[in-house]
Design a protein around this ligand. Structure first.
Ligand code: FES
Length: 119
């Protein structure tokens, strides 16, 4: 697979995730501690776009909808849908999809562009 331009690096601010599309793929990119990361763009729980309100803290991205959290370095699931807190509704929402890790992608910077290697 070849490297694809995703976004100008000048458009990325530290810890602020953004959504990008490459062909039919929707991805989330973020600059964290001087490193660029790229993951699948849609939350593995119920497909919320992680670049819209997702919080990046301690190498993890947390979805704003039900707080599912994944590590952005290896895509490992950290916490699955702990919110909302109302027990009956929260349990139901948490079970609406199977627990999954987030796919991650290699990144590099070339000519001022963040490039992503799709698999
Ligand atoms: S859609 Fe992201 S946690 Fe539910």
């Amino acid at each position: 697979m070849e490297w694809k331009n995703a976004i100008r690096v000048s458009k990325l601010k530290p810890d602020k995730p953004k959504m990008v599309n490459i062909g039919l793929k929707t991805l989330m990119v973020v600059l964290k501690n001087g490193e660029y990361h790229a993951t699948d763009g849609l939350c593995r729980h119920m497909r919320w776009p992680l670049g819209l309100g997702g919080k990046v803290v301690d190498d993890c991205i947390t979805c704003p909808l039900h707080q599912t959290t994944h590590n952005i370095r290896d895509g490992e699931l950290v916490e699955w849908s702990p919110f909302p807190l109302f027990p009956p509704y929260g349990k139901l929402v948490g079970k609406m999809s199977k627990k999954k890790n987030l796919k991650i992608y290699n990144t590099r910077v070339k000519d001022g562009n963040l490039q992503i290697k799709l698999r």
